[in-house]
Design a protein around this ligand. Structure first.
Ligand code: PMM
Length: 280
């Protein structure tokens, strides 16, 4: 992980959802063998990290039980880690995170915004890295909490208070990655305002991870003349546009379903920045 956090171009985190019901069609693998194969392909395409999740966080999604979540993700985490892949476990549960760390995961991607003290204690004890993502409660009913005064100030204030909880639990600041939680308890305009003001998140002095891939705000942005949102499987080009903008702004990593085009976009931005820096 230390190497991945060192200065450098925007990293690409590939998404493997081992769930029958995830928000996005691509990136979703109901079968562990397919999931492992897909993870290895992502790495061959240039992914720096593979994020494995066994529970859908689609708005309105219902929870699966912990045993089922472990059953889905563990073989995938174990096989990818054994192959030398930097694996992140996308879970809000301590028992799943513990088993995934045992199986070789190096990063705990917690979309609950540090809701579970047991999960934080585990991460502290194991010396793992931790993603602190902004959210307001569980996916099942987060839409009803998507009200803000100044969304940028509110999200930063809420993340700051959660960061205090994370530090209190014994996780050192150097192991924390911040994520604004695009699509989590946020409406269309909140997502765009946050993306347009990511520089405000430098107050944390921590790497920034951003997930826009195929999310509904992109579907709404590309809506047809009658207002019908662009379907999930037709949001890939828009995702490359956000990846390009995010890489230009120097975020630490993007979380995406399609790795190859994201890696290409980052390489193009890097070449552009190099040319800009070398001109005199
Ligand atoms: N988005 C989803 C799931 N996990 N984790 C982080 N850190 N950031 C995100 O934006 C994020 C996440 C939901 O997207 P999916 O269902 O397409 O994986």
């Amino acid at each position: 992980m230390a190497r991945l956090l060192a200065a450098g171009p925007t990293r690409v985190m590939g998404v493997i959802n081992v769930t029958p019901d995830s928000f996005s069609d691509g990136g979703t693998y109901a079968d562990q063998t397919d999931a492992v194969r897909a993870g290895l392909r992502m790495v061959a395409e240039g992914a720096d990290i593979v994020d494995v999740g066994g529970e859908s966080t689609r708005p309105g999604a219902l929870r699966v039980d912990a045993a089922e979540e472990r059953r889905r993700v563990l073989p995938v985490v174990a096989e990818l880690a054994a192959a030398g892949v930097a694996v992140s476990i996308d879970t809000t549960r301590a028992s799943v995170a513990e088993a995934a760390l045992d199986a070789g995961a190096v990063l705990v991607n917690d979309v609950s915004s540090a809701a579970d003290p047991d999960l934080l204690a585990l991460v502290a004890e194991r010396g793992a890295h931790y993603v602190l993502m902004h959210a307001r409660g569980a996916s099942a009913d987060m839409a009803k909490r998507s009200f803000y005064g100044d969304v940028v100030a509110d999200v930063i204030a809420e993340l700051s208070s959660r960061m205090a909880v994370v530090l209190d639990a014994g996780i050192p600041a150097e192991r924390v990655i911040i994520d604004p939680g695009i699509g989590f308890a946020k409406r269309f305009e909140h997502n765009w305002t946050l993306l347009a003001h990511l520089d405000a998140f430098t107050v944390f002095r921590r790497p920034l991870l951003v997930g826009t891939s195929r999310k509904s705000f992109l579907g709404a942005t590309l809506a047809g003349p009658d207002g019908t949102p662009r379907p999930v499987d037709e949001r890939e080009d828009a995702t490359q546009a956000t990846t390009t903008m995010l890489a230009d702004r120097g975020v630490w990593a993007v979380r995406v379903h399609a790795v190859r085009p994201a890696v290409d976009a980052v390489r193009v931005v890097t070449a552009w920045h190099r040319a800009a820096a070398s001109w005199s």
